[in-house]
Write a protein that binds this ligand. Structure first.
Ligand code: NAD
Ligand code: UFG
Length: 339
């Protein structure tokens, strides 16, 4: 079966393409490269020894989607394409709503019209309302999002649910990711943020390689064991495999499904710094900075539903995540920018 991967040149998309190809799927990628490099596609081919049909197009371009659906026999879509910087979305809400919502709408229209019925969607733990007790379960309340980015995930989930109700046999698997980190063990693909990294792990690894002189830890006075925020970090390869499990699940279970993809373990910012130092032997200088607006003290997944219904479990631990992040960063100090 061929899978259309939107945003397949990006961080999570590229790792998912590798898992799909390794498991015998054909892969067609559409990505406008707004936050990625075509080199990722070459690297996917290098790792797997298989070909990827790549289209540098915008998912909002309906004519481009039509051409792709006409040319390839697509059995399923995985929709990663989107803008994802939480802080940027607060300053550019219209760009985020335009990109993230219209891409979802155009894609659903094209699927409806070309008879493609299965879609896996990149949602996020950010859709859960902060009032929920932790760990978060799929049945918990969503909404009260704290950023336009979060609202685009919440609204895209709704667009996909409504399409599922209206279009005969349409099925969606909404995957709510916790905090993906790490890289493929080859060190050939990984996370390559543009500009100053927003997220913790890319920042730590850029300090380690000497691109930044220290890490700012945003707050050490939270009500957590060491005062720094706690998150559920998940290896990107485990996350990628969750998508393959979701495709499998949809073969037998039609309609809407929602799954958390997390490990169920919470680690603090200081835990992450210490683990990275222990695994790599590289010291990470840090300073305590003010809290970052919008950060929650702690959240992590209850992954029981994914374990039970998808038969999916995260296999990699924190040391694996740090080792593979470092393999990628040390082999590619400037990400895909350097050859
Ligand atoms: P990424 O930026 O590396 O990948 C997204 C890809 O989509 C990029 O290659 C980008 O060029 C492409 N893209 C964006 N808009 C497009 C458009 N209109 N048309 C075609 N291509 C477009 O990000 P990622 O970390 O791989 O995230 C993938 C998905 O997972 C995103 O939807 C993101 O919101 C979601 N997600 C990510 C995280 C995380 O922490 N990384 C957490 C939860 C959810
Ligand atoms: N942090 C620092 N210094 C940094 C960067 C981050 O101390 O330079 C801290 C943050 O304050 C937070 C923790 O590290 O306490 C994790 O921050 P990230 O930015 O890596 O991750 P978030 O949990 O804030 O957000 C991530 C994704 C969002 C997604 C959310 C929930 O970036 O897209 O998880 O899934 F919505």
């Amino acid at each position: 079966m061929n899978v259309l991967v939107t945003g397949g040149a990006g961080y999570i998309g590229s790792h998912t393409c590798v898992e799909l190809l390794d498991q015998g799927f054909g892969v067609v990628v559409i990505d406008n490269l707004v936050n990625s490099s075509a080199k990722a596609i070459e690297r996917i081919e290098q790792i797997t020894g298989k070909h990827v049909d790549f289209y540098q197009e915008d998912v909002r371009n309906r004519a481009a989607l039509d051409r792709i659906f006409e040319k390839h026999d697509i059995g399923c879509v995985i929709h990663f394409a989107g803008l994802k910087a939480v802080g940027e979305s607060v300053h550019m809400p219209l760009e985020y709503y335009d990109n993230n919502l219209f891409s979802t709408v155009r894609l659903c229209e094209a699927m409806r019209d070309h008879g493609v019925r299965d879609i896996v969607f990149s949602s996020s733990a950010t859709v859960y309302s902060s009032e929920n007790p932790i760990p978060w379960k799929e049945t918990y309340i969503t909404g009260n999002c704290t950023s336009p980015y979060g609202w685009t995930k919440y609204m895209s989930e709704q667009i996909l649910r409504d399409t599922t109700k209206a279009v005969d046999d349409f099925s969606v698997s909404l995957l709510r990711y916790f905090n993906p980190i790490g890289a493929h063990s080859s060190g050939l693909i990984g996370e390559d943020p543009r500009g100053i990294p927003n997220n913790l792990m890319p920042f730590i690894s850029q300090v380690a390689i000497g691109r930044r002189d220290h890490l700012n830890i945003f707050g050490n006075d939270y009500d957590t064991p060491d005062g720094t925020c706690v998150r559920d970090y998940i290896h990107v390869v485990d996350l990628a495999r969750g998508h393959v499990a979701a495709i499998d699940y949809m073969k037998k279970h039609r309609g809407e499904s929602v799954f958390n993809l997390g490990t169920g373990m919470g680690y603090s910012v200081l835990d992450m710094v210490k683990a990275f130092e222990r695994v790599t032997g590289v010291k990470i200088p840090y300073e305590i900075a003010p809290r970052r607006p919008g950060d929650l003290p702690a959240f992590y997944a209850n992954p029981d539903k994914s374990a039970k219904l998808l038969n999916w479990h995260a296999q990699y631990n924190l040391d694996d995540m740090c080792r593979d992040t470092w393999a990628w960063q040390s082999k590619n100090p400037m990400g895909y920018g350097e050859e």
